[in-house]
Design a protein around this ligand. Structure first.
Ligand SMILES: C[S@@+](CC[C@H](N)C(=O)[O-])C[C@H]1O[C@@H](n2cnc3c(N)ncnc32)[C@H](O)[C@@H]1O
Length: 237
């Protein structure tokens, strides 16, 4: 089975409409931290893309903040299922099919882009730089990227096959969803800044190191802004 089928059947088998946001997302949008610079007063009516939104669990939070929600997922089955869920919850969300490297929105459209456990999935034939270029393209200059990124040592990387440039093929997913998929993994804050700093500035980087009953999840948490003077058509190196 492909990753599309795996995720579609996982989400569409879930019959309950209630969903609950991811902790780092709540903290990024609502928390106050000395190392986080994100204004909490400007969310209302701002366009946000929830890229790889999954079961839509972060959307009720974004809706409570007054944001205009757009979402991209890899299969129309997922969109259809989550559209119904959001309708039942009274939440408006524009949901489209796409991928990290092919986001079906125009340049500079979003003020915010949330990629919770999602932007590092690299499709066959793509490179993480394609994902990064596409996320950059759809964010307006000064727009915020809020993302998690896999950290070396996370459970999902057990027995993963190392490819080039920090890309890894997943081989031992305990949930059986992502085997064969390629992830971009980051070893350090410095590496994240190096890769993102052509297009982004104002880096706020933290991490979560959680042991949930046999699942040792290690992720970087990143909040940064698209450079104000960014030209979307800048040639990538
Ligand atoms: C670990 S789940 C996270 C879902 C959701 N953001 C959340 O936090 O619950 C990863 C999601 O990325 C999506 N995905 C997989 N490959 C993708 C790609 N190439 N582009 C965009 N999304 C992708 C999957 O369908 C899945 O919903």
């Amino acid at each position: 089975m492909s990753i599309n089928n795996n995720y579609s059947s996982r989400y569409t088998n879930d019959k309950v409409n209630a969903v609950y946001p991811v902790e780092f997302v709540v903290r990024a949008f609502l928390g106050t931290y000395p190392g986080l610079h994100m204004s909490r007063d400007h969310y209302v009516d701002q366009r946000i893309l929830d890229l790889g939104y999954g079961d839509g669990r972060n959307m009720p939070l974004l809706n409570n903040l007054g944001m205009k929600i757009h979402g991209v997922e890899i299969a129309e089955d997922i969109n259809g299922h989550v559209r119904k869920r959001m309708k039942a919850l009274g939440i408006r969300a524009d949901l489209k099919v796409g991928t990290n490297a092919h986001i079906p929105y125009k340049d500079n459209y979003f003020q915010y882009l949330l990629a919770c456990h999602a932007c590092y999935y690299v499709e066959p034939g793509d490179h993480f730089s394609d994902n990064l270029a596409e996320m950059t393209r759809v964010l307006e200059p000064g727009g915020y990227l809020i993302a998690s990124l896999p950290m070396t040592g996370s459970y999902i990387l057990k027995n993963a096959k190392s490819l080039s440039d920090g890309h890894y093929e997943i081989t031992s997913d305990p949930y059986g969803l992502r085997n064969g998929t390629v992830f971009r993994v980051f070893r350090s804050k410095q590496e994240i800044q190096k890769i993102f700093s052509n297009d982004f500035s104002d880096f706020n980087i933290g991490y979560c190191n959680d042991m949930f009953w046999g699942i040792h999840q290690k992720v970087w948490t990143l909040v940064c802004r698209k450079k104000i003077d960014h030209t979307t058509l800048r040639k990538r190196n």
